[in-house]
Design a protein around this ligand. Structure first.
Ligand SMILES: [Zn+2]
Length: 264
């Protein structure tokens, strides 16, 4: 997952102690039991990069599979920009490595169905109005029409990473026009770490909840660990400027709950 500088770095804190700020606090969302997962029905998980699925919703995926609910993962980007200067791993090899890591992560979560990989350019997933946007949205719409999921999991629409926002735009464009739109649940990745106030849900915008994933937390951690190239410099060892997930970032995903948002 390549890094992207946020416009404003604001720690995601509760409003406690802040000047009458009404900062949205993921930690205060109501907690739903793990048994809630199975009620979501067959699910398509949209990941902008390999690792977003494990970080943002790995616990929910494991719970869905535990309940024998079908899960199809769609990878949006080619994942090649985490280590753009590597010569040992030129772009095609980087893409292959990251997709192999994704497949391993999915096996850890109990997903045996191969992911669908759209291969859009990492860091340049098209926004609405840009080249390839309509084509990619149509691809997604055809997939939704074929798979007929009850639920779609997608990054929060203002998650502070350009590819995550672009992915949300693609998914919402694909959903427009479907006769029976699935339920859209938005998961959180970068907003845990560095959301500006405007990136967060505004009053009345969403109903949100947390899901108890304590019973599958070890599975989730194994899935995250499968993305080895994003965790240790020794996998792609010739790009010292390459991206690695920080311990601080990983700590957000070691908690026994995940947050989900539904726009009202
Ligand atoms: Zn990502």
């Amino acid at each position: 997952m390549p890094d992207a500088s946020p416009s404003t770095a604001t720690p995601l804190l509760s409003s406690f102690g802040m000047r009458k700020a009404l900062v949205f606090d993921f930690h205060s969302l109501p907690l739903r039991p793990s048994s809630y997962a199975a009620t979501l029905g067959s699910t398509v998980v949209i990941a902008p990069h390999p690792d977003d699925e494990s970080l943002g919703c790995g616990g929910l995926i494991a719970l869905l599979r535990q309940a024998a609910v079908p899960v199809q993962v769609v990878l949006i980007s080619d994942g090649t920009m985490s280590h753009p200067n590597s010569r040992k791993f030129p772009p095609a090899a980087r893409q292959a490595l990251r997709e192999a890591e994704l497949r391993q992560a999915l096996l850890e979560l109990g997903v045996e169905t191969s992911p669908v990989c759209l291969g859009l350019p990492d860091s340049k997933v098209p926004r609405e109005g840009q080249a390839r946007f309509t084509e990619a949205a149509t691809q997604l719409q055809e997939l939704f029409a074929t798979v007929k999921p009850a639920t779609i999991l997608c990054p929060w629409r203002r998650d502070p990473h350009p590819d995550h926002r672009a992915t949300s735009e693609l998914v919402r464009a694909a959903l427009t026009g479907l006769p029976v739109p699935p339920r859209l649940l938005e998961y959180v990745v970068w907003a845990w770490e560095r959301a500006a106030p405007t990136d967060l849900p505004q009053p009345g915008e969403v109903s949100g909840w947390r899901l108890d994933v304590g019973s599958v937390l070890e599975q989730k951690q194994r899935a995250i660990a499968a993305h080895r190239s994003q965790l240790a410099p020794g996998v792609i060892d010739d790009d010292p400027t390459g991206f690695l997930l920080s311990p601080e970032m990983l700590a957000h995903f070691a908690r026994p709950f995940e947050a989900y948002l539904e726009v009202m």
